[in-house]
Design a protein around this ligand. Sequence first.
Ligand SMILES: C=C(O[C@@H]1C=C(C(=O)O)C=C[C@H]1O)C(=O)O
Length: 371
Amino acid sequence: MAGPGPIDPRLQALRDELDQVDAGLIDLAGRRQRIVAEIGRIKQGAGRQLRDFRREREVLDRVRGRAESAGLDPDVAEDLLKRLIDASLTRQEQDRVRAAGRGEGRQALVIGGAGLLGQWLVGFLDSQGYAVSVADPAADPTLPGTYPDWRQAPLDAELVVVSTPPKASAAIIEELAERRVPGLVFDVGSIKSPLIPALRAAAGAGLNICSIHPMFGPDTQLLSGRHVLLMDVGCRAAVESAGALFVDTMAEVVEVALDQHDRLMALVLGLSHALNIAFFTALVRSGIQADQLAGISSTTFKRQLEIARDVAAENPDLYHEIQRLNEHGGLARRALVEAVELLSAASDADDPAAFTDLMLEGRSYLEGLGR
Ligand SMILES: C=C(O[C@@H]1C=C(C(=O)O)C=C[C@H]1O)C(=O)O
């Protein structure tokens, strides 16, 4: 490749022109966002739901058509608009949560509020207009409303969120029950079995308590397409109030039976994490550098590698807990080992029938999925 030499003036002129085009694109995208925010206000005033899939399809179809006449690949135009629509939905969702101001300045306490999910919850409650306190030994105690020890925090808050590791959460919930805290209490853990006795006992003792599991990471902005699992632990009123925290968002709140939660999570979290850890472990052991493989990646490998990289970047202690503390975790991992053995035997056979069976079974299992 040619190194940097004196730049051809025609090249420079074209790059200058391109910079102007880019600046224009960004200005237009900003203008789009302002219009979208206005549309959001009108929809909110009219009590309409924010997301309008039919309108989005129209927008995408229109830009695809426009792209063709403009000499741009329609897929590029669609990708670009999807990204912008995402940004507009995020903006409309955040505006709506803020405008609804359900917290109305009332107190909320997040125990474990300095953790990653804890910080997300603090921001989320703050945007709803709650006055949020944080109890966490890792938080900066000089900040107002911050307590190293949760016992010293305002336990009469209207809302007490327990965002600590599972074992700590069980002990905290027991103590909250002993102290008969008056507000709505919920934990947000990924694993519920270690908490179930404490949660049920607290509800039995009259606490306004339920259990929540947000199915997204702490860097999530837009809640459209995200799930929030909600578990009744013996207090119906708590389920209703906790669900209400999400009504101004586009998250889908799904109620799950408390004793089913971990069985389902063994697959949704445990199996998908395990599969990716197994995948990158096999790559590490291959002795071939990731860069080299990425440099010759296929479509599937590229997607798989991106997921594996995200999984590898997660907190090892949390991921170990998700495997270890889920009493159904072992079953899911054994199912994975058995599936690999089955696949291996089917791959070694000269007759493709067994392999084909696996593929076709998977196809019919998955083909009904909505896109
Ligand atoms: C802007 C609107 O809100 C949302 C965002 C859209 C967009 O960015 O184009 C389209 C439909 C809605 O889901 C709208 O309803 O028109």
